[in-house]
Design a protein around this ligand. Sequence first.
Ligand code: PXP
Length: 238
Amino acid sequence: MPLLGVNIDHVATLRQARQGKEPDPVHAAVAAESAGADCITVHLREDRRHIQDRDVDVLRQMVSTRLNLEMSVSEEITDFAVRILPDQATLVPERRQEVTTEGGLDVIAHCDRVTACCKRVSEAGIVVSLFIDPEPEQLRRSADIGVPAVELHTGSYADAKPGAAQQRELKRLHRAAELAAELGLVLNLGHGLDYRNVIPVAQLPGANELNIGHSIIARSITVGLQQAVREMKSLISR
Ligand code: PXP
């Protein structure tokens, strides 16, 4: 059964709406871990729209499972990562205008920058994962770069209309999962996963970890964060 990484960016989004102290993503991380989260994920964006440097600093000390830092390949953020030393760094594309990470990192178009960032981050002892679209060429180039892991972008599957379109996207993920295994890449998946669409993704061959944020934090408003995490854990372990 896959592990569950809980992305707590949205807790910080709510705090930043008032530029105050509450809710604190560190408290959310502790609650998520106590309910069974296997990993805490945060994205330190270049524009610092939600997670702040200090959050990552404190999370590094508080997280008792694993800390996965989503990050762009920029020099400033790479410097930060090698100073803080998260357990894992997931390299993502970043555009300032986007609402959330909209597509996978194009590791072919940006091969030199991605390779340079991977080298610095992995030399610091951090496990590197590349957030890519479920495309064979992206997987092959990721393996060529030498990273141990990828995270497949599940957004197209999550956005597809239930039925034939969604099945097509699931098949695409399935083929990508098989190729990841052939290439010896650890397989993580995430983006847009929720309580309705997660089960087939959790059952993909070799799925190691699912990174889920929005749906868990949204559900926590009505049932509490621990219950929301427990429900998601129970779905992915079916
Ligand atoms: N994985 C990556 C690489 C992401 O950028 C995000 C969004 O921050 C997620 C997973 C979680 O996506 P969602 O909030 O839609 O569950």
